[in-house]
Design a protein around this ligand. Structure first.
Ligand code: NAI
Ligand code: MG
Length: 350
């Protein structure tokens, strides 16, 4: 009997809907060719759902998804709902409650794409971002609202356990990729959490004699990723730093529309979540021109996670093949639509 996977799909808002629609079709096509199937449980949890119910997802939304084999997300966010509501009402609870503490964001120069500069053929970066603690925290508050002394206080949370497990995961990734690991820090300016980060990263990675760790201040690292992006291979970073640097690397590689992301619970006690890095892009929503490559690449990462490696490789080869043949959406300088690009991908699967 052929395998069947249950995937909760949350298309979300804006171009999230466009790209997941075509990516799910591509997954179904590759599944059929590789003798398995995906049972998509479509969850219409988005900004409209919020406007109707006052919540981004039902109260038992996480329970509903806990039994699945994975979660596939487009993007959420719309101009008339505050972004902290869409993010903290859906995405962040999923990442935290399902203990998806690793956010894996690979990037390389895809065929047929001109990056930000010549000589990027060897660009191959994996960002390992801490995904459940750090700078994104609810601890703090707004005080003295409306008074001249008004202020906001925002705390960051760094735990020994949290840093240890992301450092260990990143070292394992680096070990398989030549042994060079860059750790993003800012221990000169942020004097409590970042020296702690450095210390725990150093202690943890000492267990990996074949991994050489270079700690780099985030400001200099940002410049280095723009000027000499091929000098970084595997990168470990806190929640905020990893978020920013992975978008930066995607921009260097041509477009934020091509970047994928896996939110992993490595122990597989909970479903992991796969999504493109980009947001809902209200500026191009509904125009049918969103680049589906980030969503397709994220879908390939999901197939890999499910153990369907051959299908993951085939799907990746198909979107790379389309790009290599000069087919691309306008963000990459082409004139394909989301749908026509996806058709080219599906045609290349056969
Ligand atoms: P964005 O990623 O949606 O857009 C930034 C720029 O990149 C825009 O000019 C957009 O047109 C372009 N772009 C993004 N993805 C593209 C694609 N696939 N093809 C072609 N062009 C693409 O980021 P922005 O504008 O900061 O955020 C818009 C909304 O998305 C906000 O509400 C934000 O909170 C939300 N957001 C949601 C995320 C998620 O659900 N994981 C992640 C990031 C932002
Ligand atoms: Mg981001």
């Amino acid at each position: 009997m052929s395998a069947k996977y249950v995937i909760d799909s949350i298309p979300g808002d804006g171009i999230g809907v466009d790209v997941t629609d075509v990516a799910m079709r591509a997954v179904d096509a590759v599944a059929q060719l590789h003798d398995f199937s995906v049972d998509w449980r479509i969850r219409e949890w988005n900004s409209d759902f919020y406007k109707k119910t006052g919540r981004m997802m039902p109260e038992d939304g996480l329970e509903q998804m806990a039994s699945g084999d994975g979660i596939y997300l487009g993007a959420v966010g719309t101009p008339d709902v505050p972004d902290d509501i869409t993010l903290w009402g859906l995405l962040i609870p999923i990442r935290r409650e399902f203990d998806q503490y690793i956010n894996l964001r690979p990037m390389r120069l895809l065929p047929g794409i001109k990056g930000s500069m010549p000589g990027l053929e060897n660009l191959d970066v994996v960002v390992v971002r801490e995904n459940v603690e750090g700078e994104y925290s609810t601890i703090g508050g707004r005080f003295g609202t409306g008074t001249p002394g008004e202020f906001a206080l925002q705390e960051a949370v760094f735990t020994r356990a949290g840093i240890t497990r992301v450092a260990r995961y990143a070292a394992t990734v680096a070990e398989q990729r030549g042994g060079k690991l860059v750790s993003a820090t800012k221990s000169n300016g942020i004097i409590h959490s970042m020296p702690f980060w450095d210390e725990v990263v150093a202690e943890t990675t000492a267990e990996f004699p074949s991994v050489q760790v270079e700690k780099v201040l985030i400001d200099a690292l940002a410049a280095r990723l723009v000027m000499k992006p091929t000098s970084v291979n595997t990168l470990v970073a806190s929640n905020l730093f990893g978020d920013i640097l992975s978008d930066l690397v995607a921009g260097v590689a041509g477009s934020i529309g091509i970047a994928p992301s896996a939110n992993l619970n490595p122990e597989r006690r909970f479903p992991s979540m796969f999504e493109p890095v980009h947001g809902s892009a209200p500026d191009i929503a509904g125009k049918g021109i969103a680049n589906p490559v980030g969503a397709l690449w994220a879908a390939a990462m999901m197939l890999e996670h499910l153990g369907e490696s051959a299908a993951a490789v085939a799907l990746t080869a198909a979107f790379e093949g389309a790009l290599a043949d000069g087919i691309s959406t306008p963000d990459l300088g082409g004139n394909a639509t989301t749908a026509s690009f996806a058709e080219e991908v599906i045609a290349r699967l056969k």
